[in-house]
Design a protein around this ligand. Sequence first.
Ligand SMILES: [Zn+2]
Ligand SMILES: [Zn+2]
Length: 360
Amino acid sequence: MPQPEDLVIRRPEGLYCPAGDFHIDPWRPVERAVITHAHADHARGGHARYLGSASGEGVLRARLGGITLQTLAYGERIDVNGVTVSLHPAGHVLGSAQVRLEHAGRVWVVSGDYKTEPDPTCAPFEAVRCDCFITECTFGLPIYRWRPAGEVFGEINAWWQGNVAAGRPSLLLGYSFGKAQRLLAGVDAGIGPIVVHSAVTPLNEAYRAEGVRLPPTLGFSEVKDKALWQRALVVAPPSAARGPMARTLQHASDAMASGWMQLRGARRRAGLDRGFVLSDHADWPGLVGAIVATGAERVIVTHGQEGVLVRWLQEQGLQAEAMETAYGDERANDEGGPESDAASATARAAVAPSSDQDQA
Ligand SMILES: [Zn+2]
Ligand SMILES: [Zn+2]
């Protein structure tokens, strides 16, 4: 239930801070937007002014072009109409930030998307003390427990090596912003050449410009020697799998890296040879650990399967509620393709028959 002193409320255009008169990741055009990160469901075009993290400037501009953008270093504080605003690492993708708001002795934090697992392509998640924590819960069911990324990369390398031995290309699907760079940074580049889809290239450049170390990559048109494909790892977004590159890669072994790959049905429906469970979102222990670490007495749950997490938090004695948002489109593009929704619905039905059904 909204209360009169709430620092963040939901308005038709998105999350809104009444005291500071600005929005956070709004889904409709507004005057002033604080952006947690550059994924499509959080950073939309059309706002008059943007505020975002300094390390996320390159990726935000790569996606939205010539916007009016003010940037803040992590931890730097500014005053917006009497509200102290600062950004803190969310560990999700390059530049991703939690938004901390302080006003009249109260502190609220809006998490954006986050993960607590280490990732060499972005700053690690920072627990920020607050009175109220607005958390995402993309994978907010106890069935979601990620294995360490190092083990998953071991599997990916072994798959790639096996394909090289068999003389066939390896097509690894993952969203072009965030997942692709994490894959590039994590694989063993000594196994063979790495080719990236054109959607990945500008994001790679933004990452490299920010000092993130990625192995050398080739664009499709730079592959002159056809024999090179037989040893290549090709990193491309799921949406490209049925595009023009499909001919070149018709004999490839294909795989996807996504948290949804934990659901056997998702991989089967996508018709892939392999599914690697690698997510840029927190798993259940990650969500619970992050929430507890904030010390918040009140938790507002968004962006996922809210019902189960809300009930769990209430059982721990916290004040918890769900807030409906327009986030989560990235489930289709960032976490594994159109099959993901079906897979997610299956999990919801199996594990949480009475949980919220209202998300996009
Ligand atoms: Zn995201
Ligand atoms: Zn999101």
